[in-house]
Design a binder for this molecule. Structure first.
Ligand SMILES: [Zn+2]
Ligand SMILES: [Zn+2]
Length: 398
């Protein structure tokens, strides 16, 4: 068992190791920031993130889970210890670049892994960096989970930039659904009676979904856009399309919500004499942070003099494919402060490449590395983390 002073000395060593890599990490984060790549096209980011890992002696495998821009980098100090996953993201958003700061997420995971190996060549465990593409669109981690990528991982973590330092801020389940409405084309003025309007089916569906809202739990969120509203006013639209995201607290809750929405859409289509095809995309599972692991992370922030803020209330949360990883292994998804900015805005994009963003990256890498160290060096802590996870899984399956 490690004494308190030994533990503190170890943490100091880890922080110094991150600082020693600080220039390199800043350069890496800025380079990805300046070259945003969309979902599943993050080839440069993968090359830049894996280069220093290879140089440091990590075993790097790219193209895992059948995804060209996914990777796994691993290194073992002493054999026989647990495998701790540091999860990287690096995809950008269309038009506004790194407005979710995934350049910082990827670099923090890599920085933490490098610092751990620098500081503790004989670490009693294995550090695995998982590069996960397409968080914003495409659910890279969902595919990785389906391929069993995280099955042997003892615990996993990912740090996300935000406007505050937070732990235990969860996420809700989400599914994306495409509604394809089919009608019949006709001249809208000379022979409207021969037509069936796919647009009417769509508009009625939109209104029907709005009418359903009152009859869902308050944490249900449904939002959609019209991606195809017809061709010309004088042609009765024979095809229209809408994209919706349907969210609920859990995947279990989502089932009932989905069925009500789908029934409404199908009936609205039948009502105008048309039909609807529903194409369901991936389901992002709810994200539940492991309390014990979050406490370790919080204590490590405390060592750096950082107090965590209370997580946002009233369900002001989104969804992330890290939730799916959390169904397989205990996770935390803490947030680090990069300034008073909201994600998915041009202001956030600027912050993700600012001094505040880079200072946040430094702290995130340190806190992640120290928490991974705790999980390797303190078998009791890891046992508690695992027990909490097993209990949660049992409750979830009832
Ligand atoms: Zn985002
Ligand atoms: Zn994000």
């Amino acid at each position: 068992m490690m004494k308190d002073e030994e533990r503190l000395e170890a943490k100091t060593r880890i922080q110094k190791a991150v600082d020693a890599r600080n220039d390199e990490l800043r350069g890496l984060a800025l380079r990805i920031h300046a070259n945003p790549e969309l979902a599943f096209q993050e080839h440069q980011a993968v090359r830049w993130l894996t280069e220093p890992l290879k140089e440091a002696g990590f075993t790097v495998e790219t193209g895992i889970a059948g995804l060209a821009t996914a990777f796994k980098a691993s290194w073992s100090g002493k054999a026989g210890g647990p495998a701790i996953a540091l999860v990287a993201e690096y995809d950008a958003l269309p038009e506004i670049g790194h407005a979710c700061g995934h350049n910082l997420i990827g670099t923090a995971a890599v920085g933490a892994a490098l610092a751990l190996k620098d500081a503790f060549p004989d670490l009693p465990g294995t550090i695995e960096v998982y590069g996960s593409p397409a968080e914003e669109e495409g659910g890279g981690k969902i595919i990785m989970c389906e391929q069993g990528v995280f099955d042997q991982v003892a615990a996993a973590m990912l740090c996300h930039p935000r406007e505050a330092d937070m732990v235990m801020r969860g996420g809700i389940a989400c599914v994306d659904a495409k509604f394809k409405f089919y009608g019949k084309a006709s001249h809208a003025s000379s022979s409207p009676e021969a037509g069936i309007s796919a647009l009417d089916a769509l508009v009625n569906s939109y209104v029907a979904i709005n009418g359903l809202r009152q009859f869902f739990k308050p944490d249900v969120k449904i939002h959609g856009v019209v991606s195809n509203g017809g061709i010309a006013p004088n042609i009765v639209p024979d095809y229209c399309e809408a994209n919706f995201y349907i969210r609920a607290a859990t995947v279990k809750d989502l089932e009932g919500v989905k069925q009500k929405v789908y029934t409404a859409v199908e009936h609205c289509s039948l009502a105008v004499g048309g039909r609807c095809e529903i194409v369901e995309g991936m389901t992002y599972a709810e994200r539940m942070d492991n309390k014990r692991m979050a406490d370790l992370f919080k204590d490590n922030l405390g060592l750096m003099g950082i107090q965590v803020a209370a997580p946002t209330e009233n369900g002001a949360v989104g969804s992330s494919d890290m939730g799916n990883v959390g169904q397989v292994t205990p996770i935390i998804h803490p947030y680090f402060n990069i300034g008073e900015v909201k994600p998915h805005t041009p202001e956030f994009q600027a912050a993700a490449g600012s001094e505040a963003g880079l200072a946040g990256l430094n702290r995130a890498a340190k806190a992640m590395a120290m928490t991974a160290f705790d999980l390797c060096a303190d078998p009791d802590a890891l046992r508690q983390v695992r027990e909490e996870f097993e209990q949660w899984k049992t409750r979830q399956s009832i």
